[in-house]
Design a protein around this ligand. Structure first.
Ligand SMILES: C[S@@+](CC[C@H](N)C(=O)[O-])C[C@H]1O[C@@H](n2cnc3c(N)ncnc32)[C@H](O)[C@@H]1O
Length: 519
């Protein structure tokens, strides 16, 4: 069945469904009415009843299919499917919670499903597996009555996969529904003594990521027991952060629309959702969606002291890895305020275009976009820039909240594959910065192989470099002045100067920042 056919049948279902099962209406939170905390049992087998797909569940199913079959990004596919199926606000909220929840908790649900299926999950038709994951999330984590979760998921499977598979979906989900999540977790972790394995099952992260996050916490002077809070923060829906570009943007329209002032960084605002495209200030580019951690690292670079010998002339800044342009826009606005100029470099032509679009609200004489390899800039423009941002390509392990599928797509080998590029980009930046100027090395991953190790390697190779106190630089541009992102008591002197933000402490992405001055 094509998605168009699915969409039409789902609309029919939308109108008829209330009469069929009494579960078609959703409340303000997008949850179905008539829900019950007790486990509802039905006389009729679910597969016998609903034969057409509920549109919200169909959207979630289509997004999971696009993610697993086409390597799509859920955050890009979901809005288009919501529009295509004409979901109203409540159904869109339900579809979003179902899609992101099923993707984030996929590891836990697959472990549960493996106990309920009589063959390895890898031998199941991937479409059936995606339907089972959607069913599991409703049963384990959403306040959907059991009979509705079963009936509607089996109906979805019948409509879009076929009658035969829907019988399997029905049988498996009935087994899943026999226990609640704490009971399943107790069974899955029974007899295990490895904390990493247990956390991996309970908090649905691959084991290698749990290990890497534990190591990163310790490297930055934090207690390893914080891992639970960190993994939980990765599984929570992130709030939307806005930044008003300094000197250009104004948040009053966002506040009128229900946003609240950001507590971490100036000119920022927060909201748990809402239609941003209705805000003129967002449409004209003077107010932008940007994580608070990204705002902080960009502001820290713009504000940090460079040599007084450089301070008199017009400053030249470089954003070496600029696509899609989030930090470039904030840096360019800050550069405009200071009378500086910025070159935003990006090798991908498509992403370079996004950078130009991101910069649209900033006066044009302040910035230039270059399409090219950042590794060449050091040789082409030695000693040319006062401030350089290297926001290096990385695994993105610090932004798992926003990219629900990425923890399953990323591999341990990605870390070692990215290492040489990260080192070459930093080397190029250190060649391109003026003596007395500063390079900010930034990643949205806290993995020590992508952060501390890359910076330490660069420091070992040259004698003209000095690490500035990145924790203090972040504090200086924060609203509370005491983020606690630095590690001043580390026994390793270099670690005292590097800073790491954390989702569970700062409600931001896990951005890493090192500030290196060339003497
Ligand atoms: C983490 S993203 C940067 C995010 C960006 N600074 C922002 O705030 O929107 C890394 C970027 O580096 C780019 N990149 C990859 N290889 C590169 C290279 N050799 N030179 C420069 N940039 C590169 C990627 O295309 C990607 O756009």
């Amino acid at each position: 069945m094509t998605s168009e056919q699915g969409g039409r049948s789902s609309h029919r279902n939308n109108q008829q469904g209330a009469g069929q099962g009494g579960v078609r209406r959703r409340d303000e939170a997008g949850r179905e009415r008539n829900r019950s905390t007790s486990r509802n049992r039905t006389e009729t087998a679910p597969g016998q009843r609903t034969r057409i797909a509920d549109p919200a569940r169909l959207v979630a199913f289509e997004v999971l299919r696009a993610v697993s079959a086409d390597d799509a990004y859920a955050n890009l596919v979901l809005p288009t499917r919501i529009r295509r199926h004409g979901l109203d606000r409540r159904d869109a909220g339900f579809a979003t919670e179902l899609t992101y929840g099923a993707l984030r908790a996929q590891g836990t649900y697959d472990a549960i499903l493996a106990k309920c299926v009589d063959r390895p999950l890898s031998e199941l038709d991937p479409a059936i597996l995606d339907a089972l994951r959607i069913g599991a999330h409703q049963l384990m984590a959403m306040r959907v009555p059991t009979h509705a979760a079963l009936d509607q998921t089996v109906g979805l499977a019948r409509a879009v996969i076929g009658a035969g598979p829907s019988g399997l979906v029905n049988a498996v989900l009935r087994k899943v529904a026999a226990k609640d999540l704490p009971e399943w977790l107790a069974e899955l972790t029974d007899g295990l003594s490895d904390d990493v394995k247990i956390a991996s099952i309970e908090h649905s992260h691959p084991e290698w990521i749990v290990r890497a996050l534990r190591q990163a916490l310790v490297a930055h002077g934090r207690d390893v027991s914080e891992i639970t809070a960190l993994l939980e923060a990765d599984n929570a829906a992130p709030v939307v952060n806005l930044v008003a570009l300094p000197g250009l943007g104004d948040l009053s329209e966002a506040f009128d629309a229900g946003f609240t002032p950001g507590e971490l960084v100036a000119d920022s605002a927060l909201s748990s959702g809402g239609d941003l495209s209705r805000l003129d200030s967002v449409r004209d580019g003077s107010v932008r969606v940007q994580d608070a951690g990204s705002q902080l690292v960009a502001r820290a670079l713009a504000a940090v002291e460079i040599s007084s010998e450089l301070a008199d002339g017009e400053e030249r800044w470089l954003d070496m890895c600029a696509g899609p342009g989030g930090k470039a826009a904030l840096l360019a606005a800050l550069a405009a305020e200071k009378g500086a100029w910025i070159l935003a470099n990006e090798p991908s032509a498509h992403r370079a275009k996004l950078v130009s679009q991101a910069l649209v609200a900033v006066p044009e004489d302040t910035w230039t976009v270059r399409t090219g390899d950042g590794r060449d800039i050091g040789a082409e423009h030695p000693g040319a820039f006062d401030r350089i941002l290297v926001d290096a390509p990385c695994t993105g392990l610090g932004a798992l909240r926003r990219r629900p599928e990425s923890r399953w797509r990323r591999k341990l080998s990605d870390v070692s594959e990215l290492g040489p590029l990260q080192r070459e980009l930093l080397t190029s930046a250190l060649d391109a910065v003026k003596p007395g100027g500063v390079v900010a090395y930034v990643t949205c991953s806290p993995h020590v192989a992508e952060t501390v190790a890359v910076v330490e390697d660069a420091m070992r190779k040259r004698t003209d470099l000095e690490l500035l106190d990145a924790g203090a630089a972040l504090d200086a541009v924060s609203l509370n002045g005491n983020l606690g992102a630095g590690n001043p008591d580390s026994p390793i002197p270099a670690h005292q100067k590097m800073a790491q933000l954390w989702p569970h402490l700062h409600s931001s992405d896990a951005m890493f920042l090192a500030l290196i001055r060339k003497n």
